[in-house]
Design a protein around this ligand. Structure first.
Ligand code: ADP
Length: 480
């Protein structure tokens, strides 16, 4: 069974084609610069050369057409034609209060998403254009919607209600919704595996820190509070979004500089955050600038990490003490400096990170444990995998076994679950950085070794890792 996952943004369409029976990704690609000049499609296929096809795409329909022709390309393609695909999973940013789980898209559901566009004017319209175009290309198969807000529907009323005139909620739906839910679901379930606990007995604080960033308080395995609110603007300091600030500043500046609400909205979403302070949005550039003693970059880094620390503190209290703190997404997975600064000085609260393990933990292909032996709270780094949630939801919606996550167990909750593609990439990373092998959480290491024994090619690459015995004692004997 082949599943297509689509994530349509305002100027890009990301796709992943997955063979469920063989449990492997066939192709992953992106069409970028839709509606702008010089659009192109890039596609990656394991074991094949990476391709880039330039072609102008005026809209999402043309972008999808380009993606389809790339997936079915006589030379670079991976399927003969689109009739091989059994179903499509669409990432939808805003499901409002109506959806606490993924759904099959019917005309009524589509209409509900249209009505919700008011709440997410930047995100839902491109998601809907993608659904329309995909339904046009693949009219005879089911299309499913997986929503970023669904996971947070368990938040209690006193958490999601703003201290604003209550009629704004009843009239317009003004409340906290939260985002990044698909990522939080994946990471929360994986953290329970690493803790070797029932997911519904786990209290967690998850930091999804990418270009967009939010923190999630998970109490007894479900979302209890999150830093993004009515829109993704609230909470953390992000690449270009300001996060928490005194809204009186907005009115002050609107008056001083004669700005319209639209202009102000655009500044807060697109010109603030790291960009507003440093002129840069990419954390790698900011870290480089810090190394060159750039004062503004240092300020931005301190600001971002202090904000993470404040949320860590408040959410540890909110859940009544966390079993684990988990970092995920681009910065969470790759920036040891951000993790270090956010976690420093919390020893008296039982949160102790191991500086050496933290320094090593820079990979998007393996799970790591960075807490010190004496830390009461475990600290993990878990590469997120939103597409995996999409795929499983689609497969189980198709076979009728899908349920809301509180009554459903995902395959990736199996302690022996391994993402095969990531395993291969991890083996390559370890050729240069074998110390990554030494920071795998115990349960993950067991699953990894089981996978290594299954795959001859992977086994060979592991045996070639320099000093492999040092990080995986007894491995030679185990593999032979
Ligand atoms: P998005 O939020 O757009 O989905 P990601 O989760 O991939 O994106 O996160 C993007 C962020 O991750 C960027 O700010 C980028 O700088 C940061 N990042 C990626 N690699 C590294 C690295 N090696 N060190 C520090 N930051 C990194």
């Amino acid at each position: 069974m082949i599943i297509l996952c689509l994530n349509c943004g305002s100027s890009s369409v990301k796709y992943r084609l997955y063979n469920w029976d063989e449990r492997r990704t066939l192709a992953a690609g992106i069409v970028e610069r839709i509606g702008i000049k010089d659009s192109f499609c890039e596609q990656e296929v394991a074991g094949k050369e990476h391709i880039r096809i330039p072609q102008d795409c005026q809209d999402h329909r043309q972008a999808l057409q380009l993606a389809v022709s790339t997936m079915t390309h006589p030379r670079y393609g991976v399927i003969k034609d689109m009739s091989c695909i059994s179903a499509v999973g669409h990432r939808v940013v805003h499901g409002g209060e109506k959806f606490a789980k993924s759904v099959i898209i019917t005309p009524e559901i589509y209409k509900t998403f249209e009505d919700l566009s008011d709440l997410a004017p930047l995100h839902n319209p491109p998601n809907l254009m993608g659904i329309k175009a995909a339904q046009e290309f693949m009219p005879d198969i089911p299309h499913m919607a997986i929503m970023d807000t669904a996971w947070h529907q368990t938040m209690p009323e006193h958490v999601y209600t703003y201290a604003l005139p209550y009629e704004w909620y009843t009239k317009y739906g003004v409340r906290r919704y939260g985002f990044h839910g698909t990522s939080f679901l994946y990471v929360a379930k994986r953290a329970a595996v690493l803790l070797e606990k029932n997911p519904f007995e786990c209290n967690l604080v998850i930091c999804h820190i990418g270009n967009g960033a939010s923190v999630n308080a998970v109490k007894n395995g479900v979302s209890y509070d999150t830093s993004m609110g009515f829109t993704p603007l609230e909470g953390m300091m992000m690449g270009t979004r300001c996060g928490d600030h005194d809204t009186a500043i907005d009115f002050f500046i609107m008056q001083k500089e004669n700005k319209s609400p639209q202009e102000m909205n655009s500044i807060l979403n697109k010109k603030s955050g790291l960009l507003g302070i440093t002129g840069k949005t990419d954390m790698r550039d900011i870290q480089d600038a810090v190394d060159r003693n750039d004062d503004m970059a240092s300020l931005a880094l301190e600001m971002e990490c202090y904000r993470i620390k404040k949320y860590l503190g408040s959410y540890c209290f909110a859940v009544g003490g966390a079993h684990a703190i988990v970092f995920t997404a681009g910065i969470g997975e790759m920036s040891d400096i951000v993790r270090e600064k956010s976690l420093q000085g919390l020893e008296s609260l039982g949160i102790v990170f191991d500086p050496e393990k933290n320094r090593i933990a820079k990979t998007r292909n393996s799970e790591s444990e960075i807490s010190a032996k004496n830390s009461k709270v475990k600290i993990f780094v878990v590469p997120t995998d939103e597409e995996r949630v999409l795929i499983e939801d689609v497969v189980h919606l198709l076979d009728g076994t899908y349920q809301i996550h509180t009554q459903f167990t995902y395959r990736f909750q199996d302690p022996e679950y391994m993402n095969t593609l990531r395993c291969l990439e991890f083996a390559e990373e370890c050729q240069k950085k074998p110390e990554l092998l030494g920071i795998m959480p115990l349960i993950y290491k067991k699953a990894f070794l089981k996978e290594v024994k299954k795959q001859e090619g992977l086994k060979k690459r592991i045996q070639q890792i320099p000093d492999v015995q040092k990080y995986l004692p007894g491995i030679e004997k185990e593999l032979n």
